[in-house]
Design a protein around this ligand. Sequence first.
Ligand SMILES: Cc1ncc(C[n+]2csc(CCOP(=O)(O)OP(=O)(O)O)c2C)c(N)n1
Ligand SMILES: [Mg+2]
Length: 819
Amino acid sequence: MPKSIFLEPEMLLAKDCIRFQDIKVNAYSRTIEEECEAFSPRDFLAIWQDMAAIREFETILNEIKTKRVYKGIAYEHLGPAHLSIGQEASAVGMAFLLTPDDHIYGSHRSHGEILAKGFSAIRKMDDSPLIDTMRSYRDGAILRPLEEGHQGSVKELAAKFLIFGAFSELFAKETGFNRGLGGSMHAFFTPFGIYPNNAVVGGSGSIAPGAALFKRVNRKPGIVVANIGDASFGCGPVWEGITFASMDQYRKLWDRNLGGGLPIIFNCMNNQYGMGGQPFGETMGCQFIARIGAAVNPEQMHAERVNGYDPLAVIDAFRRKIQLIKEGKGPVLLDTVTYRISGHSPSDASSYRSKEEIEKWQKADSLRSFREKMAKHHILSEGGLDEARRAIESTVFEMFKLAIDPEIAPRIPLDSSLIGQVTFSNDRLEKCDDRKPELLQDWSQNPRVQQIRGKIRTPLLDGKPVPKKKAFNIRDAIFEALAHRFSIDPTLVAFGEENRDWGGAFAVYRGLTEALPYHRLFNAPISEAGIAGAAVGYALDGGRVVAELMYADFMGRAGDEIFNQLSKWQAMSAGLLRMPVVLRISIGAKYGAQHSQDWSALVNHIPGLKVVYPVTPFDAKGLMNSALAGTDPVVFFESQRIYDYGEIFEEAGVPESYYEIPIGEPSIKKTGKHITIVSFGPALYTSLAAAKILEEKHGLSAEMIDIRSANPLNYDPLVESVKKTGKVLLTCEAVERGCVMHTIAANLVQLVFDALDAPPVVVGCRNWITPAAELEPMFFPQPEWLLDAIHERILPLKGHQPSTNQTNGELARRLRLGV
Ligand SMILES: Cc1ncc(C[n+]2csc(CCOP(=O)(O)OP(=O)(O)O)c2C)c(N)n1
Ligand SMILES: [Mg+2]
């Protein structure tokens, strides 16, 4: 059980000091003789050629960006090119020992890492799987232009494939790894273990731990490397990712057989600059990124600084760190010192640094020094090295020419709807792996299951409403859906703050603790970015996740992970990746301004997210079942206020058996003919109260529609209803300005304008803070607000005396004031 550490005051209050171990700095000391025992001349030649290929690849990019021509070949590249000229040794050293099972995640400056990892994977793969991979990848779309006329070996063909696929991706061509939808800063090719790179600084810092978690939980081979820049260590999500990756529980509470600490290396590609700023001496104070490890755990993350200008020093560090990870001693932090001779981007005039500094690093250039070392020790001749360099440069140039050729490498047509098709995968996938799911008990023995068995699942019991305590409620509904999927999908894990104790913060998970081993349900640190980021990484690596944010108000802490990562990778992969993540987010009340906000409009605005908000047990179970069977990211809102509500709409009750409600289908909760009331979230119950008054006092029947899902949304039932009633009021519990209901109102005006007797009216919360619990009725829509709004702006209600001001004049006044 979670409470596992007894806290002794004598120990915690005793006088002592914290001791640190020395953190090694550029301590590589292997002799060339030792290296010659470890590596063959072929290996040395491979290191050399990989570095040369990266240099040429980026030189071409630099030339076409700055001069629009390279060796007489003109091309205009509109997109970005964050070059890493100077950093080649650190990329090749990082990738050299990694296998295709080892996954790298990177940054906006990762062309070099992509190529290095690809070359390394190609060398480690047998020809037959290699050719199969290339032939099957997007049905051979990248390979086809290269195969014809190719004279050399399969591995040489694969090198061309890698370079051509990368160039094409950068140039937004169909022949890119991801049909050009990823581009320079997001390019990746998973069969070689190259996972998404990230335009958001430090983006991979919170995602890669999730990939490592996937390997740990699912006992997959390999490690994960997060290649991130020095300046990214100023980003909160990177710290959260490190915190998530270094939790004690992996080694102290989880089954030992899983392998211990997360298999991850945070590898700082420390080029000394973050655009024009200098982390060391200017924008940060740690002086050495490696120092950060000392703050993280007693092992100090095995951190050390490595000379990233010597590929052999980097390889040596990776060899030692991979061994530590195999022993379960991860995570690891490497501070790989390098230097980007190129500017931040080709338009960068490098005004923030001196020419002399650049020249000094050019003199220390890793290609030059490696060549000298090889020649000096008679490992490879200068002539042989130069010849090998010329050969790979020629291949890179040839691939560049092919990638810019519009016949060989076309773009997707501008009128293509491909992006729309790949924004969601819309698949159904029972399980992400075939293993038997790990469970600690049979569900029939589970206390929660037993408790639920005695509950009433229908709206009425002996003709009377069911008392709350006896009703099968929304909590139970979500629990049942989760228990079902946990029993089927072995990869499914759930994590978030307070998930394992107390049945989760809101008791939805009560019973899961007994049923699931630690690694399938665990507490995360208070790291919303770390939680959402890990969910993304877990899914990218192949698993299914339910992650939880305790309050919607904390989405801000995970803004990048939700808005830029969770939502975008399916489209940026041109549909090759899937994102089976359910992000449970509960919406609070009673806790004031920072704990009671419905932020559904924020996620609804972002393309690539499905947004649901069920408010009945029937809907909660059916929609959670769909979300968990799907392959798209679903932001699943839940209202804390109504967790214990039973079913009052579905006469047949909530089925015990499995069923799904398709995401995007609104639900008509009550039919009527005089007015349509559309709601999202718990405003359904406010509408119900208003509808009752309309009926009883005014003889008007309201048709009540709960949209249940903001995106996607089938408007047909709404249109049909409004055609029938001619009037529509829309309500939700988000602040009115910019809420989901305004989008729906605007769309209804477009879709059904002719049928409307009056403009749609939106009633949301006031455009101000959520006040104290006692004052909430001045913030959340009340039934009278709805009636008053109908009376003033849609249909005068005979004998109705408004108690609030819902007139258009008042609306205009509030808009003018911005509240
Ligand atoms: C979150 C975020 N903030 C700012 C930027 C703009 N930006 C792009 S690269 C960069 C510098 C990053 O420096 P570092 O992490 O050291 O990587 P390097 O560019 O040196 O490889 C900045 C500030 C961004 N892309 N993302
Ligand atoms: Mg940097």
